[in-house]
Design a protein around this ligand. Structure first.
Ligand SMILES: Cc1cc2nc3c(=O)[nH]c(=O)nc-3n(C[C@H](O)[C@H](O)[C@H](O)COP(=O)(O)O)c2cc1C
Length: 146
C-alpha cells in the first residue's frame, strides 16, 4: 500500500511534521509527501492510504496552502468512497477555535465518502511538546491498526 502524506501549512510546522511522518512511514511503506496546494484533488485514490497534516489559522480557518485543495473538493465533489485517511492537526489551545483546520478537511473528506481511520491526532503549540514527537507517537498508533 502506498502512503500519501498531504500537508496544509502557513509557516511550515505542518510541513516538518509531514516530512517526519513520511520518513517514518518510508521504513515500511512507499511514502510521498506533498503540499496540498500542489496536489491535484483528482489524484485522490482508494488504492492509497492518505495522511492529512493541517494547521489552523485566522479565526479557526484553513492555512493558506490547504485552501486550493479544499476549494477543489468543494467544487468538484469527487466520490471518495473506499478512500481511507488519518488526520493530524496543529493548533494552539490559546484559541477557542483550537485545531479547527484539520477538522474542516477531515469533515469534507468524510462528506465525500472517505473513511477516517483512528482518532485525529492533535498538537497544541501551548503544550511545549515538539510537534514531530507528538505526530510520530500518533502515527505509530494509527499504523498499528491498518
Ligand atoms: C495568526 C495566527 C492565527 C492562529 N489561529 C489559530 C486558531 O484559530 N486555532 C488554532 O488551533 N491555532 C491557531 N494558530 C496556531 C497555529 O495553528 C500553530 O502555531 C501551528 O503550529 C502552525 O502551523 P503551520 O506553521 O504549519 O501553519 C494560529 C497562529 C497564528 C500565528
Amino acid at each position: 500500500m502506498k502512503m500519501i502524506v498531504l500537508y496544509g501549512t502557513e509557516t511550515g510546522n505542518a510541513e516538518m511534521v509531514a516530512e517526519d511522518i513520511g520518513d517514518a512511514l518510508g521504513n515500511d511503506y512507499e511514502a510521498s509527501v506533498h503540499d496540498m496546494s500542489r496536489f491535484d484533488a483528482s489524484q485522490l485514490s482508494p488504492d492509497h492510504f492518505h495522511v492529512i497534516v493541517c494547521s489552523t489559522y485566522g479565526d479557526g480557518e484553513l492555512p493558506n496552502s490547504a485552501q486550493p485543495f479544499y476549494s477543489a473538493l468543494e467544487q468538484r465533489r469527487p466520490d471518495l468512497s473506499g478512500l481511507r485517511f488519518a488526520a493530524f492537526g496543529l493548533g494552539d489551545s490559546f484559541y477557542a477555535t483550537y485545531n479547527n483546520g484539520s477538522q474542516i478537511i477531515a469533515d469534507k473528506l468524510r462528506e465525500l465518502g472517505a473513511e477516517q481511520v483512528g482518532e485525529r491526532g492533535l498538537h497544541d503549540a501551548s503544550s511545549g511538546e515538539l510537534p514531530g514527537d507528538v505526530a510520530l507517537a500518533w502515527a505509530k498508533q494509527i499504523l498499528g491498526t491498518l
